[in-house]
Write a protein that binds this ligand. Structure first.
Ligand code: OXD
Ligand code: MN
Length: 590
């Protein structure tokens, strides 16, 4: 091995543009050392050993959780910070009412002062990475510079990082520049800035996933959504799942849900015993890049190589595959510990916490033992249901797109959009109760169009128009659906069991797409009749299904009025086609 390494070109010599940028960042940030990431397993092991020696990582019970570690972040740094996240375009209109905006020159100047000298005494890591399979024409590359070795070990799992990515960057001639420093981890000196016109990201003062693993939300959604508009594709906050039916046909769905609404669970769904013959394959659990193909269909790749999933709630009943997947070679962030150093979280249903996520003796009076947004980082390959087509260079063809939100009422279990333009309205109208994945009050209803409110790198009005334009290029466009797994009864109990049983709803969609399932027409789209859903073996309360499939005209009149008010904020940039669809629904409601 030593001789092979010897003959390899040193990384800094592979791509002049990257090396020049690293030099200028080095001058600004003044690190004690520079480490270029090769992306080998030996390197990941060494970095992990260094973090263990420094006490920044804690070993977990090696017999029960081999290769697993715990990282505790600062209590003030546990989630994405939307109020400190900016899109810095020359024109504020281009960022839109959906984004915080700062003038790019002002933002650059502000960040320069924060970054100046910030890496003194620290190592600067250069992480070349590829989002998407290395050989895929649909993949795009970036380089993250960071002073956090925790970020490095996450990026090595979440992306295809290292030498091969840098070789591709040298060939492509372009890359997204992501500069990150944990700074002082001071919430008062924290900013996540995006410069889509320059394909650049600058993030300071946070070590938390979505703020610091720049390949994920910052690149693969905010910057990529901008790139996608210029290049004619879509970068979406969607899982990609393959469903093999008892007939032996496999179809892929791409589904958008706001953060912490069960995307990972749906992507890794376990079919219930009462639905024999179904198999489920995960392509991705968080982000989809969707490209119109030469055949008129929409094709999807998952730009990520790992999962950064919410831990609480994971147990053998809710997600057996995830439960098994995270028992080895997994990095846990902000979980609690049992007496014998096993990770513990709310909803685990076994074991007992003795130490909370902040390292204190567990005291229920202080709140949950694990942070509600505690996370696991694990390679996608550890998922027993990982799709054999997940690495296909051309992606997988999408049969249906699904939008959804977390709503106690109004939105029925499922409905089908009338056509693509109506589907864009359905996506644009997604609303959901907020969760612990973002800083702020959980449980508050907010509009989250296409589940992209925190992630769209430009004006939503232009984004919806782009969706309409992409649809117009598809001759075999996916059908579009809306689901709500979270409907409750008057006593506040969930009406639908969720998890594996969601397959019943997905199966109806696929049967619809194949022209084999019935539906009834409603003002808001097509809904399954009670007899159209396979509920064999499902123990629902009497009347629950009818309640789940009800469209209450009074509530929907109010809903459409809210949507009209929301869309109105986008003024004259709003595509007229969306208002037309809204009027059609309103007219049908009467
Ligand atoms: C995530 C999120 O981490 O959406 O995926 O917040
Ligand atoms: Mn997400």
């Amino acid at each position: 091995m030593a001789t092979a390494a010897h003959t390899m070109t040193p990384l800094p010599e592979l791509c002049g543009a990257v090396t020049a940028w690293v030099s200028s960042v080095r001058e600004l940030t003044q690190p004690a050392a520079v480490h270029w990431c090769e992306g080998t397993e030996a390197e990941a092991r060494e970095l992990t050993a260094g973090l263990l020696r420094a006490g920044e990582l804690l070993p977990l019970n090696a017999a029960k959780f081999p290769g697993c570690h715990l990282y505790r972040s600062k209590p003030s740094d546990v989630a994405r910070v939307e109020h400190l996240t900016y899109i810095c375009t020359r024109s504020q209109e281009d960022a839109g009412p959906n984004n915080h905006w700062m003038d790019p020159q002002a933002a650059r100047a502000k960040m320069r002062e924060l970054f100046r000298g910030c890496m003194r005494g620290r190592t600067l890591y250069v992480i070349p990475y590829c989002m998407g399979p290395l050989g895929s024409p649909l993949a795009r590359c970036g380089v993250e510079i960071t002073d956090s070795p925790y970020v490095v070990i996450n990026m090595l799992v979440m992306t295809r990082a290292g030498r091969a990515a840098l070789e591709r960057i040298a060939r492509d001639g372009s890359f997204v520049r992501g500069l990150h420093s944990i700074g002082e981890l001071d919430p008062e000196r924290r900013f996540i800035m995006h410069f889509p016109e320059e394909l650049a990201i600058e993030s300071y003062g946070s070590g938390y996933g979505g703020n610091a693993l720049l390949g994920k939300k910052c690149h693969a959604l905010r910057i990529a959504s901008w790139q996608a508009r210029e290049e004619g594709w879509l970068a979406e906050h969607m899982l990609i799942v393959g469903l093999e039916s008892p007939r032996g046909e496999t179809h892929y769905l791409a589904c958008a849900f706001p953060s912490a609404c069960g995307k990972t669970n749906l992507a890794m769904l376990i079919p219930p015993a009462s639905l024999p013959g179904w198999r489920v394959f995960t392509v991705g659990d968080d982000i989809a890049w969707l490209h119109p193909g030469a055949d008129g269909r929409l094709w999807a790749i998952n730009p990520e190589a790992g999962l950064f999933g919410v831990v609480p709630g994971t147990n053998p009943e809710t997600n057996r595959n995830a439960y098994d997947m995270i028992r080895r070679d997994t990095l846990f962030t902000n979980v609690a510990l049992t007496a014998d150093s096993q990770p513990w979280w709310e909803g685990l249903k076994s074991g007992k916490p003795v130490t909370d996520w902040q390292g204190r003796p567990y005291d229920p009076a202080r709140g949950p033992a694990a942070h509600p947004n505690a996370r696991f980082t694990v390679s996608a390959k550890r998922n027993p249901g990982y799709s054999p087509h997940a690495e296909d260079a051309r992606g997988v063809p999408i049969t249906a797109l699904v939008f959804g939100g977390r709503r106690r009422e109004v939105a029925p279990l499922v409905y089908e959009a009338r056509d693509w333009a109506h589907g864009v309205l359905v996506g644009a109208s997604v609303a959901s109760e907020t969760t612990a994945a973002m800083v702020g009050q959980p449980g508050v209803l907010r509009r989250d169009p296409m589940a992209m409110q925190p992630f769209c790198g430009y004006n939503f009005a232009d984004y919806w128009q782009h969706w309409l334009n992409v649809g117009a290029t598809l001759t075999r466009a996916p059908r579009i659906y809306h689901v709500n797994w979270f409907r409750r009864d008057a006593e506040g109990r969930f009406l639908w069991p969720g998890y594996g049983e969601n397959l019943r709803v997905l199966a109806w969609m696929l049967e619809r797409c194949a022209g084999r399932a019935g539906a009834s027409e409603s003002a808001i789209g097509q809904l399954p009749r009670v007899e159209d859903l396979n509920v064999a073996g499902l123990d629902l309360k009497p009347g629950a299904l009818a309640a789940l499939l009800a469209v209450d005209p009074a509530l929907w009149r109010q809903e459409l009025a809210d949507i009209r008010e929301y869309l109105g904020r986008y003024g004259s940039r709003l595509p007229a086609a969306l208002l037309k669809e809204l009027e059609t629904s309103a007219r049908r409601l009467g």
